[in-house]
Ligand binder design. Sequence first.
Ligand code: HEC
Length: 252
Amino acid sequence: MDSSRDTPLIRFTAFWWGLGTFLVFAVLFGAIYLFNTKGAESLEDVVAVARYKTKETIHQAQLAALSKEQIEAVIPAVGKQLAASKPVAVEKPEQIVPNSPTAKKLAEAPVADTSAIDAPAADADAPIDPAVMEIGKAQFLICGACHGQNGEGGPAGPPLAGSEWVTGPISNLILIQMRGLVGPITVAGKEYSFPAGMTPMAYQTDEQIAGVLTYIRNSFGNKASAVKPEQVAALRSEVGKPQIKVEELTKP
Ligand code: HEC
């Protein structure tokens, strides 16, 4: 700097200019900070706010539930368990992955022996237990979505009322529940064709399936013997196989 310009007055002005500029910015940022309290506007902002809030709640809950020492003690224990655990064998047929080697092997396996199930029962004429009918009626709600609540049939399923399949061999009905059904089917003299067929409905308990099958065999004007939970249990091994074809069923 030119030493002739380094006067006390210039130093004095430079100092106040500097301080002034600093203050102007301080006031500006202060104002922006103070007046910028508008809430989240876009959906993204709203979601972000909610996310941070949830994160904080979870964080607080975790802090309250477990101390740092506890967490540190648990991690190696869990790690040891994970390292020691072996893959678990499939326990339930429902766990079989479609198109997996296990599923393919199952598809090739012959249909389970159904002769015992279809043998005429000594108590075939026994009156139907109303409690079983109640279980069946509750389970039927979902069947009714496709077959009609009165078994009359509809765009998504053939009729159950007056169907020879329903009052025919019990094994057919259980196989249809366990595996689903595909292929054109003639019911009461009329041919029906549903491209996707019926999906398996094996998630219910043996009692529930026996109940719903007993229900359809004894409703909508149908009359036939009750289906027993043991008969359902005997065909559980069929679950996981592909949809059964109409030709594979026993002719009613
Ligand atoms: C998503 C629709 C759908 C649901 C739900 C459904 N079915 Fe079916 N069902 C069908 C179709 C479609 C067929 C015909 C399959 C084929 O051969 O193409 C069929 C066929 C049948 C048949 C043999 C044909 C007949 O009409 O007698 C029986 C018995 C049967 N279903 C019982 C049941 C029972 C019991 C339930 C409930 C546990 C049930 N279905 C749930 C669609 C359904």
